[in-house]
Write a protein that binds this ligand. Structure first.
Ligand code: NAD
Length: 274
């Protein structure tokens, strides 16, 4: 069965499950994004700093899938915060992607110590007003950073992409987002494929459903309402990760998964990163 969409607060729809390409070299990106599109993914998550916008754009252009059927996300890197530098960085991303718009543009990190995310956001508002992006959002923002955008600017981010997996469930952020109509998008939704995939709580649930641990984790995200963007370069896993729409976790499985919270970050703390 096919991937459901969520409606962002500006009315734009986005597939709830997409494909992430962090750490995929540019010359491999074209191949893996082609595999993902063939497997049925219609949302691709890249970033300027991944240095694979070219390969990603090439795969989309040559896929035979119409551009308007692919939801393309890219992100502004940290070195480009500021109004004019954001506008320039956006042009450079479009150029590398080989397209004339992106569906979603995100501020990659808030860098609160640098303190230019409000000014950066004003440039995002301009790109949105000019119709060059269909939606604008943020990544790695914590409630105090979102509070500032809400207080000092007029556009509410449509989405916040944050580290989120069973060991870092982000209860506080999810509650804050829900209260403001901001969608929650999970990065490293599989905990980067590390030991969590062997957690006995998860493997037992997986066995019971005849699914894999990765599929159970993705299903958990979807049932919580999260947007997910799992990454893999292996064709069989790329297919496995989108094959999650033919089963449902009952409440008892969801509560067993809720019990895995351990405040374990894989990435940096956004409030300390500069
Ligand atoms: P992930 O949680 O998606 O895990 C990916 C890894 O898990 C793979 O490299 C592979 O080793 C393993 N894996 C994937 N599918 C599997 C399967 N079916 N069975 C077994 N192992 C499997 O980690 P990620 O790549 O860090 O996150 C996903 C995407 O999120 C990234 O590609 C990127 O697009 C985005 N991201 C964003 C930020 C940010 O700061 N905004 C940070 C990190 C990642």
């Amino acid at each position: 069965s096919s991937v459901p969409s969520i409606t962002l607060h500006n009315g734009v729809t986005m597939p709830q499950l997409g494909f992430g390409v962090w750490q995929v070299p540019d010359d491999e990106a074209a191949t893996v994004v082609t595999h993902a599109l063939e497997a049925g993914y219609r949302s691709i998550d890249t970033a300027a700093v991944y240095e694979n916008e070219k390969g990603t754009g090439r795969a989309i252009a040559s896929s035979g899938v119409p551009r308007e059927e692919v939801f393309l996300t890219t992100k502004l890197w940290n070195s480009e915060h500021g109004y004019d530098s954001t506008l320039r960085a956006f042009d450079a991303s479009l150029d590398r992607l080989g397209t004339d718009y992106v569906d979603l543009y995100l501020i990659h990190w808030p860098l609160p110590m640098f303190d230019r995310y409000v000014e950066t956001w004003r440039a995002f508002e301009k790109l949105y007003a000019d119709g060059r992006v269909r939606a604008i959002g943020v990544s790695n923002f914590q409630p105090p950073h979102l509070e500032r955008l809400l207080a000092e600017t007029s556009a509410v981010p449509v989405i916040n992409q944050i580290e989120l997996h069973p060991r870092l469930q982000q209860e506080q952020s999810r509650t804050f987002h829900a209260a403001h109509g901001i969608a929650t998008e999970a990065w490293s939704p599989l905990g980067q494929g590390k030991d969590i995939l062997n957690d006995p709580v998860i493997t037992k649930i997986a066995e019971r459903h005849g699914k894999t641990a990765a599929q159970v984790i993705l299903r958990w995200h979807l049932q919580l309402g999260n947007v997910v963007i799992p990454k893999s370069v292996t064709p069989s896993r790329i297919r496995e990760n989108i094959d999650v729409f033919d089963f449902e976790l009952p409440a008892e499985d969801l509560s067993a998964l809720a019990g895995l919270e351990s405040a374990s970050r894989l990435g940096p703390d956004p409030s300390e990163m500069d």
